[in-house]
Design a protein around this ligand. Sequence first.
Ligand code: AMP
Length: 219
Amino acid sequence: MKAYLILLGAPGAGKGTVAKRLVDKNGWIQISTGDMLREEIAKQSPLGLEAKNYMDQGNLVPDDLIIKMLKTHLEHGENGVLLDGFPRTEAQAIALDAIFFEMGVSLDSVVNLLVPEELLLARLGGRLVCKECKASFHKLFSPPKEVGVCDHCGGTLYQRSDDNPESIQQRLKVYHASTKPLIDFYKDKSLLFEIDGSRDAEEVYFDIITLLEKRGNNA
Ligand code: AMP
């Protein structure tokens, strides 16, 4: 089933984890602008070099760079797209509408993952990410079976350079100022659905599937 969806939520809300589960079960592509930027940094491309400072300081990468990067990846989204980490500003949301219009598709639903701030802080502070498959673990809440090794692909786990206390505070501040207003933006379009993201990833995943089924997007 073809679907065009956005996952919204603060840093640490679990967007990436649940997005991976959703795309694994469907023919959709996952568009995670954060993962894409980290790949650009690893390649030391001009975009990566430009983005790195913004990211390490917990600030947003300028809209024009992000929108250009997104456009090239959306070319492969003919069977459906799950956006995670985009849009993050109203300008990005408006640009997305225009891109989808050009593609002849429209946004089906926006799922907002609700997580209390103290849990966001605890999740981000202990997060470990696989360098290869990008799976997420947590030092205390979901440790890997073997220290430093991904359970899924055997890749190396690392702590993101922006998962430090200063960047985390700044990312939350930026989220409240620039991204949270998108909740009302999509509420006004009757596309917004809220899900309790504080629970286990499997339960969150199940709730989203149920929601999509009710909306006619059989995931
Ligand atoms: P994430 O992996 O989604 O937590 O993103 C990590 C960082 O990448 C953010 O703190 C931003 O610096 C940058 N970033 C990711 N997505 C966007 C976006 N849509 N707009 C601007 N900056 C972004």
